[in-house]
Structures are given as structure tokens and as C-alpha cells.
Design a protein around this ligand. Structure first.
Ligand SMILES: C[S@@+](CC[C@H](N)C(=O)[O-])C[C@H]1O[C@@H](n2cnc3c(N)ncnc32)[C@H](O)[C@@H]1O
Length: 278
């Protein structure tokens, strides 16, 4: 018998399809990854856990007086480098809750099933990269870049421990992302130059709308344009510094097309903005 959570998801999806038929869309093209809405919801935590997660986040931010929403790189780097593992996990958890839904919805239908190349900008200790890996094929190449030495070191340790695992193969297979310690506002070539026109999808979660200044965003867009294949996609997070509408305008002004807002829930105030390189 199906478990109650799965039954509840089926019921919810039936209702949702009545108002949003595109949600149930089957794969349009077999060459591209298809992640059903049921798979998205089954792999994500329920809304009740977001409430607990937000309460824990506020308690630690106010109790410890942590101010980490800076946009000057040196202060951002210092803030993240000086957090303990537990502090980072607690503060970042509501962000992870959001991206458990946004990232698979971004990947769905936009990434080739085999041999794809993905870049995760501002990956932290690999939290967003872990969600990408869950839907990856072992033939993919995943680059993950972050400013914080401490967080990249932790991501590399976790990769060695085998925590990046795909659920897209019959048996769970370990994925080894390539973690690079660098600012995303510089050429993406600190350890290994990401080649021009080689990337299918660039993702950023919890970074652009939170920590970047306008000049940094312009540098990110220039690099994304350089590395993306024609027809490749860019999905950037909005946030307190860049609203989704402002981000969509910046992206279309930079020559990207088809802006789409990707929400974690219907009321998501900070959708991810996805665009295509023509
Ligand atoms: C809120 S965390 C998000 C981490 C991860 N993407 C996630 O969603 O869980 C923001 C991350 O952005 C990184 N970051 C901020 N500014 C950056 C920059 N200019 N270049 C690279 N990483 C940056 C920080 O070091 C931090 O790891």
C-alpha cells in the first residue's frame, strides 16, 4: 500500500493539475532530463519543517549577533569563514528548503540526460551541489565555486566521504563535483578554466540576490555567457538585494531570453529566474 505522504502528494498534484496543467507535463524531448513534480515533492521536506527551520535560524542569528548578509566580498568571505559548521547549517537551512524545490524544477527539461556540464555558483559546503547531484547522471561534469576557503574545504571532504549521490541510476552512485575556491565575480578559471561554450546549466542559489553588488552581477553574467552553450540555461536566485523582476531585466538586457520565474511554493517571495542563452 502507498504511504500516506505519497497519497497526499498524489491528491495535491491532481488538484494542482486542474489549475496548472503544465505541472503534469511529461518529457517533451527524451534527450533531456525529466523530473516529475511528484519526484520534486517526494525528495523535498514538508512545509512544517520550514517553520521549525526559520525559528532555529532567527534564534541563532539574534542570539549570536551574526550579520552575514554583506555584499562586500571581503566581509562576506570573513563572515562565512568564521561560522562553525553547525552555525552555517542552521542559518542556511531555510535556503536549502527552498532550493530542494527550485533546483529540480530548474533542471527539469533544461539539461541533457547524459554528459551534461553544470556549474553551481556560490556552492557553500556543497549544499546546493548535493541537490544537483541527486538528479545527475554519473556521466555529468559538475563544477562548484565558492569564495570561502573553509566551506570549499568542507565540500571537498564531504565529496571524499561520498555524500554526493545520484538517485537517477538503478543503484545509488557517487558523484564527484569539482570544487573550486574562487570568487564568482572573477573569470571561472582559478584552478581549471571552464571552457567557452561548454556548459549546459549555470545555477546559483542564495548568492546573487543576497551578496553581490551590481558590478559583480555584471561579471557573473559575462562569465555565464562565455561558458554556456548556445541554448544553455542560467538560473539565478533573487533576494533582498536583487528582486526577481530586477534580475529578469538585467538578464534580458544582457541578451538572455525567455525569463521564467521558478518558485518553491506559490507564495515564494524570491523566485529563481531562469533564462536561455540564444
Ligand atoms: C547562503 S550561502 C548558499 C550556499 C549554497 N549555494 C546553498 O544554497 O546552500 C551563500 C554562499 O555564497 C558564497 N559567496 C558569496 N559571495 C560570493 C562570491 N563573490 N563568489 C563566490 N562565492 C560567494 C558564500 O561564501 C556562501 O557560501
Amino acid at each position: 500500500m502507498e504511504d500516506p505522504m505519497s497519497q497526499a502528494i498524489d491528491l495535491y498534484l491532481d488538484r494542482l493539475r486542474q489549475v496548472a496543467p503544465e505541472v503534469s507535463a511529461a518529457p517533451v524531448d527524451d534527450r533531456f532530463l525529466f523530473i516529475s513534480e511528484k519526484a520534486v515533492l517526494e525528495s523535498a521536506r514538508p512545509i512544517s519543517s520550514l517553520i521549525c527551520s526559520k525559528l532555529r535560524q532567527y534564534s541563532i542569528v539574534y542570539r549570536k549577533g551574526i550579520r552575514f548578509r554583506f555584499d562586500q566580498q571581503a566581509r562576506v568571505e570573513h563572515a562565512y569563514d568564521s561560522m562553525s559548521h553547525a552555525e552555517f547549517e542552521t542559518i542556511n537551512d531555510p535556503q536549502v528548503w527552498t532550493e530542494e524545490r527550485q533546483i529540480p524544477r530548474l533542471m527539469n527539461g533544461r539539461v541533457p540526460r547524459f554528459g551534461a556540464t553544470i556549474v553551481d555558483l556560490g556552492c557553500g559546503p556543497g549544499t546546493s551541489t548535493r541537490i544537483i547531484s541527486r538528479f545527475a547522471h554519473p556521466s555529468w561534469t559538475i563544477y562548484a565555486l565558492d569564495l570561502s576557503k573553509t566551506l570549499i574545504a568542507r565540500a571537498k571532504e564531504e565529496a571524499e566521504l561520498g555524500v554526493f549521490v545520484t538517485s537517477m541510476t538503478p543503484d545509488p552512485r557517487t558523484i564527484m563535483p569539482r570544487f573550486v575556491n574562487q570568487s564568482i565575480a572573477e573569470t571561472w578559471s582559478r584552478e581549471e578554466r571552464i571552457a567557452d561554450g561548454s556548459v549546459d546549466l549555470v545555477n546559483s542559489s542564495g548568492v546573487v540576490g543576497h551578496h553581490l553588488q551590481a558590478d559583480d552581477v555584471a561579471a557573473v553574467l559575462a562569465e555565464a555567457k562565455r561558458v554556456l552553450k548556445r541554448g544553455g540555461y542560467l538560473g539565478l536566485d533573487s533576494g533582498p538585494r536583487f528582486s526577481a523582476r530586477r534580475l529578469a531585466k538585467l538578464l534580458t538586457d544582457a541578451g538572455f531570453v525567455e525569463p521564467t520565474f521558478i518558485r518553491s511554493t506559490a507564495l515564494d517571495p524570491r523566485p529563481k529566474v531562469a533564462v536561455r542563452k540564444p
